[in-house]
Design a binder for this molecule. Sequence first.
Ligand SMILES: Nc1ncnc2c1ncn2[C@@H]1O[C@H](COP(=O)(O)OP(=O)(O)OP(=O)(O)O)[C@@H](O)[C@H]1O
Ligand SMILES: [Mg+2]
Length: 255
Amino acid sequence: MTKTIAMAGKGGVGKTTVAALLIKILSRKGLVLALDADPSTNLNQALGLALDDSQTVGTIREKMSDDVSKGRLSPTIVKQEYLFGKIVESLAESKGFDLLAMGRPEGPGCYCASNRFLRDSLDKLVEDHKYSYIVMDCEAGLEHISRQTTRDIDVLLIISDPTIRGITAAGRMKKLIEELRSNVGRAGLIINRVRGKLTPELKKAIEDTGLETFALIPEEPGMSELEMAGKPVTDLPQQSPLQLKVKEIVENLSL
Ligand SMILES: Nc1ncnc2c1ncn2[C@@H]1O[C@H](COP(=O)(O)OP(=O)(O)OP(=O)(O)O)[C@@H](O)[C@H]1O
Ligand SMILES: [Mg+2]
């Protein structure tokens, strides 16, 4: 059985950072599909993988509809098969994991048929490649979760900074996700970039979300140096506080 783990949370709280470390750690246990569901496409950088714009599902889909409208696609080609073939070609492969970037979402109007195409393609991809894990880095707006272009979620990690505003937003997100889809297994909160102790006000706000706290991740002193050197977060030493915390999350959640 493939386990799907998704990140959610408001902008800039550390979704991509945690996703990248999680992917690296899980890739030592089984094959991982890293799914970048953020249109700004930067999970590959956090993992130190090169990716060009033509390698996103959004670009593939746009090219396909352009080819269809200009009559460049043979009428005998089954669109579903064409899309699937292109998605497989666009996978960025690395040791223990493959990365798929969703890229830009569809234009105005919701083409549910093509969302279904995409979901079917993802299902087939997972079946063919026998991934043990899917780790999905979402954008703050929850586009893919709400459009259900992706599969069921076993574990949802809602990430927040240690602020009342962030935690309130995390609580709202939990409600929204519950309303949008019932197929989320376990959801919990990760408070990232914690310095010192949580205040009683923060503890109260956390309690009010009704979410279980999966982990408190400390502010990582080595991060800014890595960022300035343009290095991937996965270059952090194995014994760094951030690496150790993400390992602990994997163990505590029995992933
Ligand atoms: N524990 C941490 N300690 C220090 N810096 C951190 C930590 N977690 C994340 N950061 C830094 O915070 C910034 C935002 O992180 P990241 O890009 O992972 O957030 P995000 O939630 O994916 O953002 P976006 O919503 O834009 O996709 C980055 O510069 C990252 O290096
Ligand atoms: Mg991100």
